[in-house]
Write a protein of this length. Structure first.
Lengths: 230, 230
DNA sequence: TAGTGGTCTAGACCACTCA
DNA sequence: GAGTGGTCTAGACCACTAT
């Protein structure tokens, strides 16, 4: 036991005990008070350490029952969702942007379901291409709630909806999905690839409270990968 | 200000102030002591709240400088990486498993780079199919360090390497990547889809400390999506 | 009902880094 | 050098739930 006693040391020690089976999967570990006594620290310090391990999926904690080593730990991978312009810049490329289409249209059924809208609701539809070193990087296909405050007067030929929303309607909740799709001829032309080629895509739906803000599909050019530490 | 004062209330109030531009992007917010005085709570409570918001990407905190509202907040999406058998069961389907191939082979170059190995290193190569209601769900193509403790005597026809590793070498570090690929004829036959079809795939490389444990590619059947709250 | 984790308090010291 | 966040302490009360 260390001179430098922090919650991180305790967390690391607990990880070690799990790894070497001193605390086997499914078993109950000593309670916070016992560990605080063993390590000679305050219970709050142990609490902080164990809370982090529970967030990481390594422990399962239940009031009155105790803390248990997870049987089949659920690992968590956290991906960072940047503004696309930054995503391009982070790869050392020069970002570009071109608005392809802007219109007010009835929302198609899949998007309607995603956002929980009534049939026939008119939404702002935007399609835009993001470029990296003048080559197609990603197609942004977005449905935007026309009631979004501040929306009037925004020129989406100059600022991508992606960036405007992040700056002006931040911190909404929603869902994100990753999947693969085959390029149809239109997509292939825009993204400079062969028709039928396998492309990586992301769909997001975001809300401010219960109000739908936007649904967007981002389809990336061939070979795109998203990575995260685990 | 509430009867129920918790760090979560403070976090919500801070989110609100950011959303309504009371604390605009890039601005410095009051320091912890001031907020504690305003809310009538201990500084530790404010600290807990602001720490969560910083982890969520909403604030940027710097010692001596203060806490700032992020200019372009980086949203984070956390995906749960379950054991494949559980992933299938969670969809209400009956999991199945079939080992296709097990051999000791020199590691191919891309995997070698991923794991940082010397050329010609022999690794255990496994290919297995995961089934959902007897239909192909996902192909597991894995390279496994033969020096992994406890590996001798494991029958990978009975237990998937995926599950054995989670149970026996948990809590390693590594990287994960998501991408799309086109089904080659072999894949198409195994996953019961058309050649050329766009498939979703995941690659993971995991380490115990500096020691490579495994590299795996999971290729999912057509239409697979992974989702997360955001 | 009792034991466990969840949280809050009031205070303290430290580490970092900006001016 | 000084102001800020990062953390620890010792104690307390509460919420939940297994028994």
């Amino acid at each position: 036991m260390p001179g430098t006693l922090t919650w991180q040391w305790i967390a690391a020690e607990a990880r070690r005990r799990v790894a070497v089976r001193q605390w086997p999967p499914g078993s109950r570990i000593p309670d916070e008070a016992q560990l605080a006594a063993e390590f000679g620290c305050a219970r709050a310090t142990v609490n902080r350490a164990l809370r982090e391990l529970a967030a990481a999926g390594l422990l399962v904690r239940r009031r009155r029952a105790g803390s248990f080593v997870a049987e089949l730990p659920v690992r968590k991978a956290t991906f960072e969702i940047q503004v696309i312009r930054q995503e391009i810049a982070a790869r050392g490329l020069r970002p570009g942007y071109r608005l392809l289409e802007a219109a007010s249209l009835p929302v198609p059924a899949p998007v309607r379901d995603l956002l929980g809208l009534a049939p026939g609701t008119p939404f702002r539809h935007l399609r835009a291409l993001h470029l990296a070193d003048d080559r197609p990087f990603c197609l942004e296909d977005r449905w935007l709630n026309p009631a979004t405050p501040g929306l009037e007067g925004v020129d989406f030929a100059a600022v991508s909806a992606n960036e405007w929303l992040v700056r002006n309607r931040p911190f909404s909740s929603g869902t994100i999905a990753f999947f693969a799709l085959a390029a149809d001829p239109g997509l292939a032309a825009l993204l400079d690839c062969r028709p039928g080629e396998a492309l990586f895509a992301v769909e997001r739906a975001t809300f401010a409270g219960a109000d739908p803000i936007t649904a967007v599909r981002l389809t990336y050019g061939p070979g795109h990968r998203v990575t995260a530490p685990i």
